[in-house]
Ligand binder design. Structure first.
Ligand code: FES
Length: 102
């Protein structure tokens, strides 16, 4: 199903938004568009939408213990997290951002 997230102008590059979907999703705007991952860190319970986004590396840093994840692939790049994040396809339709959740 398609989950309606926000309008395309709601996020600036480098910003992220937590979406109360099932599961909660973090929507990020990078320089080349929008990406979505599960919002909850794979190490503990941090919300990654509250983490720091690095626009050059396309990564997010977990606000609890500092693990870094590749936003586009979901891969965990540094400990203590080791498991990847689930990623979700993003669609833009008429100026609105949608996440595809199966
Ligand atoms: S909760 Fe994210 S690294 Fe610990």
């Amino acid at each position: 199903m398609l989950f309606k997230a926000c309008k395309t102008d709601q996020l600036k590059p480098g910003e992220a938004l937590r979406l109360e979907a099932e599961p909660p999703i973090a929507l990020y705007r990078l320089s080349d568009g929008y990406y979505a991952t599960q919002d909850t860190c794979t190490h503990a319970q941090a919300s990654l939408a509250a983490g720091d986004v690095d626009l050059e590396e396309c990564t997010v840093e977990c606000p609890y213990h500092g693990s870094i994840f590749d936003i586009r692939s979901g891969h965990a790049l540094s400990p203590p997290a080791s498991r990847p994040l689930r990623t979700f396809p993003v669609k833009i339709i008429d100026g609105e951002v949608f996440i595809e959740i199966d």
